[in-house]
Ligand binder design. Structure first.
Ligand code: SF4
Length: 382
C-alpha cells in the first residue's frame, strides 16, 4: 500500500530529504558521552548500519563541540545536534552537522533580556551560513513559560501549538523555510492530537514525529506505534524517532522499531484501537543520551517497572529521567517522578521535591509514596 502523504515542503538534511513526498526518514540519537569520540563514532556507525537516516548528537559545551568536529571527520552520516539553553553554541556546531534543533521553550534561559526573535534570527543565519536545516522542537516538558493553559481556555495543548505556530511564522517572515517541526509529548493521545491540529493548519511544514520518554521496550514501542499509526496513516509525518530506554549497545533497536512500524503501516498492518490504556499505570522514561549521569539509570527504569507492577490497575504516571538537564522539568506532570544524578536519585511528587536517595534506597522509598498516591486516588486513608 502506498502511503498518502501531506504535500509538505522538502527540507534537505545532508544527503537525506525530509518531506516533499520523500520516504519517511528514521532518526535516532547517540547516548554515549560525546567527548568519548571512539564510543560516539562507534555508535553513529552502528545506528547507520541499522538504517538511520539522520543521527543526533548531544552537544552541551565547547568541549562537546570540539569532539563533534573530530566525530564529523570520521563518519559520513547525516548529523544533527540539539541546542539546549545555550543557543550561541550554534556557531560552534553548525560547521559539522546537517541539522540543528532548537527548543522554543529553552530560548528564555540564556541572555534573558534579549527577545526570542533575535535569538532565532541568529540561529537561522548560522544555519544558512553552514548549509544546515533547522528543527523547531517543541516539547511538553519545556514549553515557552509565557504561554499558560488558561490563556487558551484550558486547552492543554494550546501552549504547545501556539509556540510551534509562532516560530514557524517568524522563520517564514525572515525568509528561512528550511525547517521541520516536532511537537512531542509523553502521552501518545496528545501526540496524535497536537500533530493533527498542527498539520491541519500548516500542512506545508514537514513534521518530525515522536513520543517523548516512551520508555522501555516493549511498552515504549507500543505507545509510539499507536501514535504513528494514527498519524502516518492519515498522511501526517515525514520523519520519525522511536525513543526507547535501552542500554548503549542496543540503541539500534530504535531504528529497527521505527522501520518495522513504517513497514507495518505501509502493509496495512495497523492496530484498530487508539487507546493505550492510559487509565492504567503508565511508566514513562527518557531514552537516555550522552547526558545520563549514572549508567545505573537504565537498570533503575527496569526495576521501577517491575516493582510497581502491583499498581497496574491504577491511573498513575511515574516518570524516570536520566539527568538534571531535562529531568527536573519533565517530571513535573507525573504523579511521581525520579531524576537521576551521579550518586543520588531525586524523588518528586508532581512538582514537589521529596528529597534525594541513594540508588539502593530509592525503590522502597518510591513504593512508600506509590502506596500513598494509590490511597489518595482511591479516597482511602493509609
Ligand atoms: Fe538525555 Fe537527560 Fe533527556 Fe534523558 S532526560 S534523554 S539523559 S537529556
Amino acid at each position: 500500500m502506498e502511503l498518502r502523504r501531506n504535500p509538505t515542503r522538502a527540507v534537505r538534511v545532508g544527503s537525506c530529504t525530509i518531506g516533499g513526498g520523500h520516504p519517511i526518514a528514521v532518526q535516532s540519537m547517540t547516548a554515549t558521552h560525546t567527548q568519548d569520540i571512539d564510543a560516539t563514532v562507534a555508535q553513529v556507525l552502528d545506528l547507520e548500519k541499522a538504517g538511520a537516516d539522520v543521527i543526533r548528537i548531544a552537544v552541551d559545551s565547547p568541549k562537546d563541540a570540539a569532539a563533534l568536529k573530530e566525530i564529523r571527520s570520521q563518519v559520513k552520516a547525516n548529523l544533527s545536534v540539539d541546542l539546549q539553553e545555550n543557543y550561541r553554541l550554534a556557531e560552534q556546531v553548525a560547521p559539522y552537522v546537517d541539522k540543528i534543533r532548537y527548543n522554543p521553550g529553552h530560548l528564555y534561559h540564556h541572555e534573558r533580556s534579549k527577545p526570542w526573535q533575535e535569538k532565532v534570527a541568529y540561529i537561522a543565519q548560522v544555519a544558512k551560513d553552514h548549509d544546515c536545516a533547522l528543527r523547531v522542537g517543541v516539547n511538553c516538558g519545556s514549553v515557552d513559560p509565557a504561554k499558560k493553559v488558561d490563556d487558551y481556555g484550558g486547552d492543554e495543548n494550546g501552549p504547545l501549538l501556539a509556540s510551534a505556530f509562532e516560530h514557524c511564522e517568524y522563520l517564514d517572515s525572515i525568509g528561512f523555510t528550511r525547517y521541520v517541526v516536532s511537537i512531542k509529548d509523553s502521552d501518545p493521545k496528545n501526540v496524535i492530537e497536537v500533530n493533527k491540529r498542527f498539520a491541519l493548519q500548516r500542512p506545508d511544514i514537514p513534521l518530525h514525529l515522536g513520543v517523548t520518554e516512551a520508555g522501555l521496550p516493549p511498552d515504549g514501542i507500543i505507545k509510539t506505534r499507536i501514535a504513528f499509526e494514527q498519524l502516518i496513516s492519515q498522511g501526517i509525518g515525514d520523519t520519525i524517532r522511536v525513543s526507547l530506554t535501552v542500554p548503549n549497545n542496543r540503541k539500534h533497536e530504535e531504528i529497527e522499531a521505527g522501520r518495522k512500524i513504517l513497514a507495518d503501516i505501509a502493509a496495512g498492518r495497523v492496530r484498530s484501537f487508539v487507546d493505550f490504556g492510559l487509565d492504567t499505570l503508565n511508566i514513562i522514561s527518557c531514552p537516555s543520551c550522552s547526558r545520563v549521569e549514572n549508567e545505573a539509570f537504565i537498570d533503575l527504569a527496569q526495576q521501577v517497572k517491575e516493582m510497581t507492577a502491583y499498581a497496574k490497575d491504577h491511573k498513575i504516571t511515574i516518570a524516570v529521567m536520566g539527568c538534571r538537564v531535562n529531568g527536573p522539568g519533565e517530571t513535573d506532570d507525573a504523579d511521581l517522578g525520579l531524576w537521576c544524578g551521579p550518586n543520588h536519585v531525586n524523588l518528586k511528587k508532581g512538582p514537589v521535591e521529596l528529597g534525594h536517595f541513594k540508588y539502593d534506597e530509592i525503590l522502597p522509598r518510591l513504593k512508600q509514596e506509590l502506596d500513598l498516591v494509590i490511597a489518595e486516588k482511591s479516597g482511602q486513608a493509609l
